[in-house]
Design a protein around this ligand. Sequence first.
Ligand code: ZN
Length: 152
Amino acid sequence: MDEAITTVNPEALVDADLGASKPVPEPKPTLAQVKAWRAANFTVRHSTVNACGHKLDLRQFPSNANCWPCWEAFFSVNPEGVASVHQLLLEGGTKAVIALHGAKFIRMFGRFLQQKLLKEYASPAVQAASGIEGSIMNVTEEKEASLGSISS
Ligand SMILES: [Zn+2]
């Protein structure tokens, strides 16, 4: 303990005091540091939807509630969310989803599911397998057809 005190250079202490009396500059983080800090502390990022230019906060439903590109982007980056809503839809029906998320939500969700299904059915592999090429098809019929092929 005593040793530690005696090793302190008094001049160094004076210098330190003088230094402290100067206006201490506020530590200003660089933009890169701020960004790194944000990335470390917030898992959610605000993204811009390319199709419409709207900013999207991925933690909540699009603030532009009537903007389809926003919803499409929102659903696309939330596969777990889509899965859980889909599960709710299967278990409780549309009423349960509307009760929880509202009528607008389910319209957008339905559109997303439909588009996803159509996209999948429109893929060359599925078209070849089903013998349908390019045309807009009846999704229900297609579903039954593929179910039939699985069971046979
Ligand atoms: Zn938008």
